[in-house]
Design a protein around this ligand. Structure first.
Ligand SMILES: Cc1ncc(COP(=O)(O)O)c(C=O)c1O
Length: 401
């Protein structure tokens, strides 16, 4: 066999590193998953059956909570939490402008006003210090509660644990308690993440909202989600609201919706949950590889890797801040490396929220994050050569100047 004069570059140009590939995760579980699907098919019991109950108990325990209420998506988990806490017209909820649309979208759909507070540039989450400054500047205290200057009663805060890393919940809970605010945690990206005190995402607030969208660390074969909670009365209210508020069936003391989790999805998730910790460890291992490989590449200020987390970061995404982000992304795409921008437009600048009256510059850290961040492939089945290829491709982009 004749030896290629330069085998490495040739080999490298053809390497493909997708942002996410779920097929290697499915393959070893295929027989087990098909068996549980068949079991549900044989039972022909598709709505709120034993698999949903089993998953609710297991995910609640995993999230250090007493109750789980399986729902149709992470979005519906947020909406259900807002409805259960009676948040609606005349109310406001403070949240982050740097998050997936559903966070603020559900607040608006509940009839309340999303009120944005800028993020901590270190972990991309709401921080207690920023929240306090925000409240001092933009809120007023009267009639025993906190109000926006426009007059809406602030009822709750909705912190987001972005990318799989928890916001400083201890500090945020203190602020919430001092101001008698409800707390709904958007833990859609953060199942099993922990803070420095060993507390898990979703266990601090009255409701924690999880998503099982296929790209999440625990992903369904379609849409699915869950509310986790500790208060039995609130859990019971969510349980009833997810079936149109009917209890007993066809008797409606209040108006809910159809927010049920499918039995088929629950059966699949019960199989997958057993592997979640292993997959999360794989993501953490890949994150460490990237951290070290970027440090070795010594790219100065061009690439900033995620700040070290003090608890358990589950790396639903591994997100770097970079110079010339959009050009780098084109370079990565040309080299066969998948990437994504989570999120290119902060929510205060979305057209549908123009009625809130925000302008560019209102939340500078969120706007800067939207311009600088890039998510790299991090799924657990990636191998070292692929990870190194991603780093080498990025290093080549900056070295060529
Ligand atoms: C932060 C955040 N909130 C809410 C959601 C909504 O979850 P779902 O897609 O399951 O409706 C997502 C999902 O992408 C999310 O990332």
């Amino acid at each position: 066999m004749t030896k290629s004069p330069n085998p490495l570059p040739q080999q490298r140009a053809t390497m493909q590193v997708p942002l996410l590939d779920l097929k290697p995760q499915y393959k070893p579980l295929a027989a087990e998953i098909q068996a549980v699907i068949e079991k549900v098919c044989a039972s022909q019991a598709f709505i709120l059956g034993p698999a949903v109950k089993e998953l609710e108990a297991a995910v609640a325990a995993y999230s250090q909570c007493r109750f789980g209420i399986g729902v149709s998506s992470g979005t519906d988990a947020l909406l259900l939490a807002l409805m259960a806490l009676n948040i609606g017209p005349g109310d406001a909820v403070i949240t982050s402008p740097f998050t997936f649309f559903a966070t603020a979208g559900t607040i608006a759909r509940a009839g309340a006003v999303p009120v944005f507070c800028d993020i901590d540039p270190g972990n991309f989450n709401l921080s207690p210090a920023a929240m306090e400054t925000f409240m001092r500047k933009h809120c007023e205290r009267r009639d025993g509660g906190l109000h926006t200057r426009a007059g809406a009663r602030i009822k709750a805060i909705m912190p987001v644990h972005l990318y799989g890393q928890m916001a400083d919940m201890r500090g945020l809970m203190q602020i919430a308690q001092a101001n008698r605010l409800h707390v709904i945690e958007d833990a859609a990206q953060a199942i099993g993440s922990e803070d420095a005190h060993g507390r898990r995402a979703g266990s601090y607030g009255e409701v924690g909202c999880l998503s099982f969208f296929p790209t999440k660390n625990l992903g369904a074969f379609g849409d699915a989600g869950m509310c986790v909670a500790n208060d039995p009365a609130l859990a019971e209210r969510m349980d009833v609201l997810r079936v149109h508020g009917g209890k007993p069936k066809y008797f409606h003391a209040f108006i809910g919706g159809n927010f049920r989790l499918d039995e088929l999805q629950a059966a699949i998730l019960n199989v997958k949950l057993k592997h979640l910790d292993g997959w999360t460890q794989g993501r953490q291992r890949n994150a460490t590889f990237y951290d070290e490989a970027f440090a070795r590449a010594d790219l100065g200020q061009a690439v900033q890797t995620p700040a070290k987390a003090s608890g358990r970061h589950i790396y639903n995404q591994y997100v770097i801040r970079v110079r010339d982000r959009d050009l780098l992304r084109q370079h990565l795409t040309a080299a066969g490396v998948g990437s994504e921008i989570y999120y290119p437009v902060p929510l205060h600048l979305q057209k549908c929220f123009a009625y809130l009256g925000h302008r560019s510059g209102d939340f500078p850290e969120s706007e800067r994050a939207a311009e600088e961040t890039l998510a790299l492939p991090i799924f657990p089945e990636l191998v070292a050569t692929q990870l190194q290829y991603v780093v080498d491709t990025i290093a080549a982009f900056y070295r060529r100047g």
